[in-house]
Design a protein around this ligand. Structure first.
Ligand SMILES: Nc1ncnc2c1ncn2[C@@H]1O[C@H](COP(=O)(O)OP(=O)(O)OP(=O)(O)O)[C@@H](O)[C@H]1O
Length: 681
C-alpha cells in the first residue's frame, strides 16, 4: 500500500514540474475545505457530480494537472488515499529542497525553543538544509522524545532509557556473587556506569507476514545475515534483499506480529554464545538452554556464519580420531580435522555410529558437539540420556532443533554448532561435531527458499543448496601450530531413499566430504551390525592418520573381504568346493563375524590391534564361526589380564613391536588350548 501511495505521489510530483510548492498548497487547501472534501468522498454523490465539483472548485482553479489527477483517483476508487498522497508529496517537495520530514514523538507538547534546537540538530546530523517536524504526542514514553528521520530512530525518551538500563542489568548476572552486598555493589556500578545517551536504531515495518517469513520495508541499510528484532522481542534474520524491501526469517513465534509491526535493526549478525559453560548442556539453535539447568555462563558470542579457515592456516590430517568401531578404524579411518560422511537408508545405524564415536572420546580431550536437525524431541532426549549414562555429557554439547521447531531454526542449528566448535578449535582443542542430519537441513532450507519466492531448481531445491553444505563443512579443519593447532572433525549424516546415493543432496555432500561410511539396510537386516558396506566406504585422507598398529594389522582386511564377497556369489549354487575355496570362505565369514560389534562397546587401539592381527593372519580360522565373538572377547581379556604391559605399550605407542606380536601369538595359542575343549563339547 505504501509503495502505491509513493507511486501516485511521484506521478503528481512529476506532473507539477517547477510548481511543486503551489501544488502542495492547493492540496492542503483542498483538504482544509471540509465541505468539499466530504462531498468528494461521500458515497451518496455520483461520480459525474464529483468530477464537475473538481473542475469548478475555486481552490483548484487554474490547476489542470491536479484536477486531472484527482479525477483519475476518483475513477480508480482511490480518492480516500489522497491525504496520504499529500503527505508523501510533502516529503518529496522537501527532499527536492534538501530537507526531510521527521516524526517527533513527545510525552507532551514541546515548546518552540526545543523544536528549534531539534530542527537544528537534525539538519546538522543528517546534512539537511531543512527539516519539518511532524509532532505526535504519546504520554507513555514518560518524557524526552523519539525522533524518526528517514527510517533511523533516535530514542531519547525516558521510557527507552529505563528499558536499556533494565536490559543492561539483565545481561550481567554472571559475575554477581551470592551475597546481597555483592548484588548491591554490582547494581550501583551498573547504574553509575550507565550510558544515558540516546539510542539510535533503524526501524522498518512489516509489509507481509506468514509461514515464518516477514517482508519488511524501511530497512534500507540492512545487510544479509543481520539479526533484526521484532516488537514482540522475537529475533529474525535477514535472508533476502530486494530493492524496496527485505525478507526476514523469524527465529521464534509469529504470535502478536502482523502488517505494520515495527522491526528494528541490530547491526550485528546472528550469533550464539560460546565457551566452556556450554559443555554438558542441551541448547536450542540460538544457544538458549533447554535442559532446565539454568542459564549458561558463556565466554563470548560468535557469529553463526563465518568464513572457513584459509589454506595458510590449515595443516594436513595426520592425527587419528578413533571411533572405537573396528570396521571403521580398520578400513575407513578418520583423522582429526577430517569430514567423513555417514550415509545410509533410515534405521541403518547412522546415529549409533556417531554416538559410539562420541562415547569413545572419553578421556581423549576431545569436545563433542551433537547437532540434531529436524529430529523428534524424544530421539534427542534418548541421545542425551545415552550420553549421560556413559559419562559422555561431561565433554559434549547437544544443539537441538527438533522437527517441531520452525524451519529457520533448523537451518541455523548446524552453523550455530560449528560456531561453538570453532571457539574450542581456536583455543587449540580438538572438536568432533556430528550433524544429524543434513538431508533434513536441506529440506528446511528448501522450505525457506520457496517461501522467500526464490526459483526452485532440481528436486525443488534452490540453486545455492550446494553452497549451503560446502560452506558448513569447509569450516571443519586442522589448524597449524601457529594458529593454535586445534581441529574440528565433522561427521555429517545423510539419509538416502532406498539406497539411492545418486540423488541430489547425497551426491553433493559426497563430493564435499573427505570420504563416506556407507551403511546398507540388507547388511543391517542380515545381522551384520554396524552395517558398513566395505566396498563403497572410503576415507580419502584418514589413511595417513591411521594408528600404525591398526594399519599394519588391517592391511589385507579389505582385499580379503572383497575376495570373500566375490567367492560367495560364485559358489552360491555349487555344493562341491575345493579345500582352498572352502578355506577362503571360512576366513571371510570369520572376518565378518569379528566386525560385528554391539552398541556402545567401543574397542581400544590395543584390542583392535590384537584382534586384527589374529584375524588377518588366519589365527582364528580354526575357531568355530559362532564362537568367534566370545573368543575375541576372551582373548582380549586374557591379554589384558596376563600381558597388561604389552597392551599398555600398544595403546600408548600406537605401534606393534616384534615382542608384542610374539606375546599375542603365545597368548592366543594358550587361550585357544584352554577354551577349545568347550567347543567340542
Ligand atoms: N551395532 C549395532 N548393534 C545392534 N543394534 C544396533 C547397532 N547399530 C544400530 N542398532 C540399532 O538399530 C536401530 C537404528 O539405529 P539408529 O537410530 O542409529 O539408525 P539411524 O539410521 O540413525 O536411524 P534414523 O533413520 O531413525 O535416523 C536402533 O534401534 C539401534 O539400537
Amino acid at each position: 500500500m505504501k509503495e502505491e501511495i509513493q507511486r501516485y505521489a511521484a506521478a503528481l510530483f512529476s506532473l507539477s514540474e517547477g510548481e511543486t510548492q503551489g501544488v502542495e498548497q492547493a492540496c492542503s487547501a483542498l483538504l482544509a475545505d471540509h465541505e468539499l472534501w466530504q462531498t468528494l468522498t461521500s458515497p451518496a454523490v455520483s461520480q459525474a457530480q464529483k468530477e464537475e465539483l473538481i473542475r469548478s472548485a475555486p481552490v483548484l482553479e487554474g490547476r489542470q494537472p491536479l484536477q486531472a489527477f484527482l479525477i483519475l483517483l476518483l475513477q480508480e476508487g482511490k480518492i480516500s488515499q489522497f491525504p496520504k498522497i499529500c503527505a508523501s508529496i510533502r516529503e518529496l517537495v522537501l527532499a527536492a529542497q534538501g530537507g526531510a520530514v521527521c516524526v517527533m514523538t513527545c510525552a507532551r507538547e514541546p515548546d518552540e525553543q526545543m523544536l528549534a534546537d531539534v530542527r537544528q540538530a537534525v539538519c546538522k546530523m543528517r546534512h539537511l538544509d531543512k527539516v519539518v517536524l511532524d509532532i505526535q504526542i504519546d504520554p507513555s514514553i514518560l518524557g524526552g522524545f523519539i525522533l524518526d528521520v528517514d527510517g533511523v530512530t533516535y530514542d531519547r525518551s525516558v521510557k527507552g532509557r529505563l528499558e536499556r538500563l533494565a536490559q543492561g542489568l539483565d545481561r550481567s548476572p554472571e559475575h554477581i556473587g551470592d551475597s546481597v552486598d555483592d548484588l548491591v555493589e554490582e547494581l550501583k556500578e551498573q547504574i553509575l556506569g550507565f550510558d544515558s545517551h540516546s539510542e539510535t536504531s533503524e526501524t522498518g515495518r512489516i509489509l507481509e507476514m506468514g509461514d515464518g517469513i516477514a517482508t519488511v520495508s524501511g530497512l534500507d541499510r540492512a545487510v544479509y545475515g543481520e539479526l533484526v528484532e521484532f516488537e514482540t522481542g522475537v529475533s529474525g534474520m535477514v535472508m533476502d534483499l530486494s530493492r524496496d524491501h527485505v525478507g526476514v526469517v523469524l527465529l521464534g513465534a509469529e504470535d502478536g506480529l502482523g502488517e505494520g509491526s515495527v522491526v528494528r535493526r541490530t547491526g550485528r549478525p546472528a550469533d550464539v554464545p560460546v565457551g566452556d559453560g556450554l559443555i554438558g548442556r542441551v541448547v536450542d539453535a540460538l544457544g538458549h538452554p533447554i535442559d532446565g539447568l539454568g542459564s549458561i555462563q558463556y565466554t563470548e558470542r560468535r557469529p553463526i556464519e563465518r568464513e572457513a579457515s584459509g589454506v595458510v592456516t590449515r595443516e594436513p590430517v595426520t592425527q587419528p580420531l578413533q571411533t572405537g568401531i573396528l570396521a571403521i578404524d580398520a578400513m575407513v579411518p578418520i583423522g582429526r580435522g577430517q569430514r567423513e560422511l555417514i550415509i545410509g537408508d533410515r534405521q541403518t545405524g547412522k546415529t549409533s555410529i556417531a554416538l559410539d564415536t562420541i562415547l569413545n572420546q572419553k578421556g581423549q580431550n576431545v569436545i563433542c558437539i551433537y547437532v540434531a536437525i529436524g529430529q523428534k524431541a524424544s530421539t534427542v532426549a534418548r541421545i542425551r540420556d545415552t550420553l549421560v549414562k556413559h559419562g559422555a555429557m561431561d565433554y559434549s554439547i547437544v544443539v537441538s532443533s527438533t522437527a517441531s521447531d520452525p524451519a529457520p531454526l533448523q537451518y541455523v542449528a548446524p552453523y550455530a554448532g560449528a560456531a561453538m566448535g570453532e571457539y574450542f578449535m581456536s583455543q587449540g582443542r580438538d572438536v568432533l561435531i556430528v550433524y544429524d542430519d543434513l538431508s533434513k537441513h536441506a529440506v528446511a532450507y528448501r522450505a525457506i527458499s520457496l517461501l522467500l519466492k526464490r526459483s526452485p531448481g532440481r528436486e525443488a531445491y534452490p540453486g545455492d543448496v550446494f553452497y549451503l553444505h560446502s560452506r558448513l563443512l569447509e569450516r571443519a579443519c586442522r589448524l597449524t601450530r601457529e594458529y593454535g593447532g586445534g581441529s574440528m572433525t565433522a561427521l555429517p549424516i545423510i539419509e538416502t531413499q532406498a539406497g539411492d546415493v545418486s540423488a541430489y543432496i547425497p551426491t553433493n555432500v559426497i563430493s564435499i566430504t573427505d570420504g563416506q561410511i556407507y551403511l546398507e539396510s540388507d547388511l543391517f537386516n542380515a545381522g551384520q551390525r554396524p552395517a558398513v558396506n566395505v566396498g563403497l566406504s572410503v576415507s580419502r585422507v584418514g589413511g595417513s592418520a591411521q594408528t600404525r598398529a591398526v594399519k599394519k594389522t588391517a592391511g589385507t582386511l579389505r582385499i580379503d573381504l572383497a575376495r570373500f564377497r566375490e567367492l560367495e556369489v560364485f559358489t552360491q549354487f555349487s555344493s562341491d568346493l575345493d579345500k582352498a575355496t572352502q578355506q577362503a570362505l571360512g576366513h571371510g565369514k570369520r572376518l565378518l563375524e569379528l566386525l560385528k560389534q554391539p552398541l556402545y562397546q567401543p574397542f581400544t587401539v590395543a584390542r583392535q590391534a590384537v584382534l586384527l592381527y589374529a584375524a588377518t593372519n588366519g589365527l582364528l580360522d580354526d575357531v568355530p564361526l559362532e564362537q568367534i565373538r566370545p573368543f575375541a572377547g576372551g582373548l582380549c581379556h586374557a591379554m589384558e589380564a596376563e600381558h597388561g604391559d604389552v597392551m599398555e605399550e600398544i595403546q600408548s605407542t600406537g605401534n606393534l613391536s616384534g615382542m608384542a606380536v610374539e606375546t599375542i601369538r603365545a597368548c592366543l595359542d594358550e587361550y585357544k588350548k584352554r577354551v577349545s575343549a568347550t567347543w567340542q563339547a
